[in-house]
Design a protein around this ligand. Structure first.
Ligand code: ATP
Ligand code: MG
Length: 154
């Protein structure tokens, strides 16, 4: 059993800090620990990748991305919200494909591997990765995870 909230705080303050008490993304993690039966290393990888994308695809001068935890009864959602370049609607169906890069990335560097790996890892954890996005408005990537390994998310 791991505390999802503690994992996020550790990751964000270690790898995405601006100063001792300021981070590159906003956090809305609620008051209480979120205990889940899951693999902390895979969770680190998943959340780190989504934060990296949110930062990379947000132009200078836009509001900071925001990472939220939304707990429900049988599952918890981690939502990475950004106000970045978004993804063109016609390309949604390719987003989790290996080497996919959207047509609007311009000179932003990347290999197109991050999300396809994250998608597989989330599945391995018994969860689901979904997103919504609007070009030039922003994106929300949502990881839905069960608290218990035997609870299946459809
Ligand atoms: P890397 O393998 O280094 O992560 P990448 O960021 O290009 O490279 P993915 O993370 O797999 O690859 O993302 C695939 C593509 O999806 C990106 O190239 C980009 O076009 C789009 N994308 C992913 N996240 C976002 C986001 N938060 N906002 C806008 N576009 C995004
Ligand atoms: Mg990426």
């Amino acid at each position: 059993e791991v505390d999802l909230k503690a994992i996020i705080i550790q990751l964000v303050y270690n790898q995405f800090a601006l100063s001792e008490n300021e981070t590159k993304i906003g956090l809305d993690l609620g008051e209480n620990p979120i205990l889940i039966h899951s693999d902390p290393n895979l969770l680190f990888h998943v959340i780190r990748n989504l934060i990296e994308n949110a930062l990379k695809y947000t132009p200078e001068g836009k509001p900071k991305p925001l990472l939220k935890i939304a707990p429900s009864k049988n599952y918890v959602q981690i939502m990475m919200v950004d106000h970045g370049i978004g993804i063109p609607k016609e390309e949604f169906k390719f987003v989790f494909d290996t080497f996919f890069r959207a047509s609007n990335v311009k000179n932003i560097k990347g290999t197109g591997l991050g999300l396809s790996i994250v998608h597989d890892l989330v599945k391995k954890l018994g969860g689901k990765l979904t997103f919504t996005s609007e070009e030039n408005k922003g994106s929300v990537f949502t990881v839905t995870l069960p608290y218990e390994r035997n609870y299946l998310i459809d």
